[in-house]
Design a protein around this ligand. Structure first.
Ligand code: DLL
Length: 436
């Protein structure tokens, strides 16, 4: 397979070259942020660090972290480094409390982002001439418009369908000849279901590749999506606070981890408890510093996403470090009777059970002093039967698998096909009643 790049000089640059670019950009950024944003200056002063103390990339770890709370405390525009006349776009994502997290972009930021997204699309094997079906939501969410500008920059044709109305989406795919699908992985499964209902065979469509992200998904789910949609599934990562989609992108060739666009985003992996930077190759919380953003640069942003950086060379020739699939968030981790449980692990187990669909919900509650976990799982249409005994057996089987894999006992409730609420964006996997 011939590998194509969007910017081969940067994407295949030896690390020493890349690191000198990163350092120059970092020093410039820290000086600018220190002189223009009071909350950053105060934090740096309190930590006893000045811009001129940043002499190497290692000095990054001396800077204070930024969290969602900092954005909330300076809501809506308090961390912007440019006057509002220079801001041409705002997006928002959910905050930790009622107020959303607001992010802003200058014209140059939009240019940078479009190029990064075009680079990501090429990394996934998309090219000019592709009909790119963009089912990420258009609006305050960064997915829709972020991807859209990248598609146009690439010179491919954007089909801006946004989320929702799955049957209509299938018809559009068929009639317009969509070749690349962009959506959340859970919505991709929705589309597969709609195809099934409409009697549309995915093999009769022109879909070649899917670019799925915005929520965690397992390797088993990848197989499922690939098989049900008859395409090659790739993973795209990003978050609003850092930019939006395109912070990291998996290459079509290796399909193992996402290349971080390191000339724009500097990654670190920290221990979420001690906040110490971990040695290369360790698993921990991802932290990003933006290197080129104008309106809302961010220093050492704690993503709460758990991953690992892979420095081994990639078969696609890109030298950009890879991050492994996100296995969960430090804040969606459930502790059930002392056992740490990630929804992605539950999904992993469910994907290995043929009779059930990848639609599930974890309901956590408390009875007396004991946490309870109930798993609602949809049974596949072809396996659904009203023979209670058979269903009971299946429920017990899943319960045992979960116990073996996660070490927790849960109640399994099997539900009829298509009864768990479908999402148009991110699926709501966990209902934690303990907090209410
Ligand atoms: O979800 C940006 C995006 C849009 C990424 C479209 C990819 C595609 P937020 O709404 O701010 O931004 O949510 C960011 O979503 O911290 C992760 O927890 C999660 N996330 C994003 N991509 C992935 C992925 C967009 N590929 C939060 N795998 C992040 C796992 C992901 N989790």
């Amino acid at each position: 397979m011939k590998v194509r790049y969007w910017n081969d000089e940067i994407e295949t640059m030896p690390r020493t070259g890349l690191e000198s670019i990163q350092l120059i950009r970092l020093q410039k950024l820290i000086t600018r942020v220190y002189t223009t944003v009071e909350p950053y200056r105060k934090k740096m002063d309190a930590a006893g660090i000045a811009p001129e103390d940043i002499q190497s990339l290692d000095d990054l770890r001396r800077l204070p972290f930024t969290t969602k709370d900092d954005l909330r405390d300076n809501y809506p525009f308090g961390l912007f480094t440019v006057p509002m006349e220079e801001v041409v776009r705002v997006h928002a994502s959910s905050g930790t409390t009622g107020k959303p997290t607001v992010v802003g972009y200058t014209q140059k930021d939009i240019e940078t982002w479009s190029n990064i997204m075009a680079r990501s699309l090429v990394c996934a094997g998309a090219h000019k001439g592709d009909m790119i079906h963009n089912a990420y939501g258009y609006g305050l969410f960064t997915g829709g418009l972020g991807a859209h500008y990248g598609i146009e920059r690439l010179g491919a044709a954007a089909i801006p369908v946004s989320g929702g109305n799955s049957r209509r989406q299938v018809t559009i795919m068929k009639d317009f000849g969509s070749t690349v699908l962009l959506s959340t992985p859970s919505y991709a499964l929705n589309l597969a279901e709609a195809m099934d209902t409409l009697g549309v065979d995915p093999r009769s469509l022109s879909l070649r590749v899917g670019i799925f992200g915005a929520e965690p998904w397992s390797e088993n789910m990848r197989e499922e999506v690939e098989q049900k949609l008859n395409l090659k599934a790739t993973d795209i990562y990003g978050l609003s606070e850092v930019m939006g989609p395109g912070v990291a992108m998996e290459c079509l060739l290796s399909n193992k981890g996402m290349h971080i666009m390191e000339d724009h985003f500097l990654p670190e992996i920290i221990d979420p408890d001690t906040e110490e930077v971990l040695p290369p190759g360790e698993t921990g919380e991802l932290v990003f510093t933006t290197l080129t953003k104008e309106a809302l640069p961010i220093i050492r942003y704690r993503t709460k996403d758990i991953s690992r950086l892979v420095y081994e060379p990639c078969s696609c020739g890109r030298t950009l470090v890879r991050m492994e699939k996100v296995t969960g968030r430090t804040d969606d981790m459930l502790i059930i009777r002392g056992v740490n449980v990630f929804p992605s692990q539950v999904e992993h187990v469910l994907m290995s059970v043929d009779e059930v669909e990848p639609h599930y919900q974890i309901v956590v509650d408390r009875e007396g002093n004991l946490d309870t976990m109930q798993l609602l799982v949809e049974v596949g249409e072809q396996f659904f039967s009203d023979k209670i005994r058979q269903l009971q057996g299946l429920g017990l089987h899943i319960q045992k698998e979960i116990k073996d894999y996660l070490g927790v006992t849960c109640k399994v409730k099997l539900v009829e096909p298509k009864t768990i609420e479908r999402s148009e964006g991110k699926a709501q996997r966990v209902i934690d009643k303990r907090k209410i």
